[in-house]
Design a protein around this ligand. Sequence first.
Ligand SMILES: [Zn+2]
Length: 313
Amino acid sequence: MYIGVDLGGTNIAAGIVNDSGEIMLEMSIPTLSERAADAIIDDIKSLILNLIKEFGLSKNEIKGIGIGIPGLADADGNVIHCVNLGWNDVPLTSKLKQEFDVPVFVDNDATVAALAENFCGAMRGAESGVLLTLGTGIGGGIVFGGKVYSGFNRVGSEIGHMVIGDNFYDCNCGKNGCLETFASSTAIIKYTKKLLEETNEESLIRDKINGDMGKLNAKIIFDCAKAGDSLAEKSVRRLVKYLAIGIENVISLIDPQVIAIGGGVSNAGQYLLDMVIKEVEKYKNYKELPIGKIVIAKLGNKAGIIGAAMLCK
Ligand SMILES: [Zn+2]
């Protein structure tokens, strides 16, 4: 049995995961991210101890602990940088090893999710796969031969920060034109808000949010687009266009067997997928040659726990 921990800005979810990537028991607690790193790490330790106790295991029956973080970690499991948590240079692995005498691995959450999708999800068994998680930002994970690839300095696979055009607002990273400012849930909300504010165009969205822009979310926009609302469709088409350009860049660089789209935006499902596949065809380099499969990710928010545990394998 392995322990997988999905450390997020809002919640910490952890689970006991077996060799097949199945979650046998899962628990979660709020992160309360404004606290100091040590307090959060103490909570992670308690959460793992509770899981082990509840499942009837002892500490030495655990083969390893994997942790996915919304940031960057080095090969020794030091968290170098984690914006959402305000962490810089936090020795996460060595702090956990004070409590648990097992191997501990730390990696980026999208990278970990890619590993899970490759092990038992939408990219199962693929010799090469790329996962794009379209949430508040865009995460990227690359898997070759069952192993994650993050680059020489582990700063690779940041697909969300590939610059693909000029945009009307800057990315959190300080640049302008990052993929995540075009194709994340934040991006489609910002663009739709701009359309609603700058035009008088009629839209179902106006009824749904009743004048309160704070109520606007990606689901409302996609639902209205599916219902044929032209303003919502304009927003969705823009997202699809830039997402397709981003995917085509990934194909030009890696040509993976499978590209999976996950994160909250992927809840738009087949509707989104059909448009993206069609759009990628427009941009692809070799029109006469095939490209890898583009699919919707399967494991949802379970990918974080499963993939973190699979880091130990
Ligand atoms: Zn960026």
